[in-house]
Design a protein around this ligand. Sequence first.
Ligand code: NDP
Ligand SMILES: O=C1O[C@H](COP(=O)(O)O)[C@@H](O)[C@H](O)[C@H]1O
Length: 491
Amino acid sequence: MANRITTRCDIMLFGAMGDLAQRKLFPAFYQLERAGLLADGSRILAIARRELDTAAVRKHLMERLEKYVKPEEFERPVAETFLRRVEYQILDFHDEEGFGVLNSWRTEYDNQLIVYLASPPSMYGVIARNLSSASCCTENTRVVVEKPIGHDLESSRVINDELGAVYSESQLFRIDHYLGKETVQNLIALRFANNLFASQWDQNHISHVEITVAESVGIEGRWGYFDKAGQIRDMIQNHMLQLLCLIAMDPPADLSADSIRDEKVKVLKALRSITPDMMDTCVVRGQYAAGASTGKPVPGYLEEEGANNRSETETFVALKVEIDNWRWSGVPFYIRTGKRLPEKLSQIIIHFKPAPHYIFDPDQRHLANNKLIIRLQPDEGMSLKILTKDQGLHKGMRLRQGPLELTFSETFEAERIPDAYERLLWEVMKGNQYLFVRRDEVEHAWRWVDRIIQNWNDGGDPPKRYASGTWGPVASIAMITRDGRSWYEDA
Ligand SMILES: NC(=O)C1=CN([C@@H]2O[C@H](COP(=O)(O)OP(=O)(O)OC[C@H]3O[C@@H](n4cnc5c(N)ncnc54)[C@H](OP(=O)(O)O)[C@@H]3O)[C@@H](O)[C@H]2O)C=CC1
Ligand SMILES: O=C1O[C@H](COP(=O)(O)O)[C@@H](O)[C@H](O)[C@H]1O
């Protein structure tokens, strides 16, 4: 991450003792310190309601850093320097008067104020109001909010209105951590820096697109949150639709936040609404049963800690999505995401159409489609499957498929790939919104997703059970097979 930062920032971190802050945010700040990207004089005010003091919190955070930072990247002197920036403030977010102390802290220095809301989203409104009454907001304040913004369109509007009553859109940084992943940002470079692809990126040349985001883990002790959300709210409404937008959007005029967001919104508006009659062919939902994960037996969703045994919450979703616009007419996007699948794997496959006139052995026709495989994680890179002549006198004009391979870790100088949160925090400090989600994106995504949820609630089939360690319900295979296609498997 080039360009050393010179802006001194004061970060108020609401929810500092929570899971997200401890597991992701403090380690990300530590990495920024290690990279020399925290300006001298920058400070973090960790805010939560536990009865602790700064010394105890620093000690606790040192233990967390030791746990969550990779051993080869943990440097105690750097951690000590970093933790000297952290102070702790006990505060109940409902305690309006208590917010006065935050204003005293803020006005000690003239640093750029960043408010990070790592609290339950139901608290965003009250925190924003209390900050405002305590005069803690200036036009310059930047506010970072975590997903999910609501659990449907209506509730997301309420939250957005509450935030909007205090902050302008240009002050709000809505996180979708997938946008902070290097490989996700690379989609923009791939598409708009390579004319080779620009001219091939439409329904004339592409037959269909697959997006898979698979996780081998289950719900990781988060029943309380996850059972109310399900995979469609947890992954499809945000990360999966963002990936789809980056693949499907038209070229933005420039790299500014609004140019990119305008193009994403056009895609969201063009998504074909999934009506009840399409549910059988375009939507599959599943829930994991007991099985095996990375060689060990694991319980089913209904046996997870804190579970009730009646839940119909989905842990897997596969969708066939159509985009009704000029570029993508007739090109289905098959997307799937699930927990307790065989491996952690996020990849996008662009399936190109065959050449218009085929002159080779009819037996090899199945080889004729080029594919671009974009590996987001792990093993970041991409591979373009192309056809060449098989070598040897006796082979005649037999074809074979081979990869043009780009594995980032092998091709480029070994540079550490920053975690998504490091990138996102760094962009907030620079005041750059292009990796954050605008209000209309969130709301269009909810409008589309709500329709599917409504169809389920109106008497759709319950989720189909799949054994942990498999690729989800067989119905998801049937969904794509009906179209004469299959989910891509690396040969
Ligand atoms: N955890 C994750 O991996 C992810 C989380 N998110 C989002 O990030 C946000 C935080 O999630 P997570 O860290 O898991 O949540 P946690 O429940 O683990 O943490 C919530 C934090 O908020 C504090 N808090 C809650 N209510 C109050 C209150 N009334 N007054 C003062 N402090 C309060 C808690 O303080 P105390 O400890 O003192 O109770 C705690 O520090 C949520 O919006 C979540 O959806 C998004 C993506 C991933
Ligand atoms: O936002 C979320 O994302 C994670 C998956 O993120 P990744 O970076 O590990 O791919 C998911 O496990 C979690 O349920 C969801 O809330």
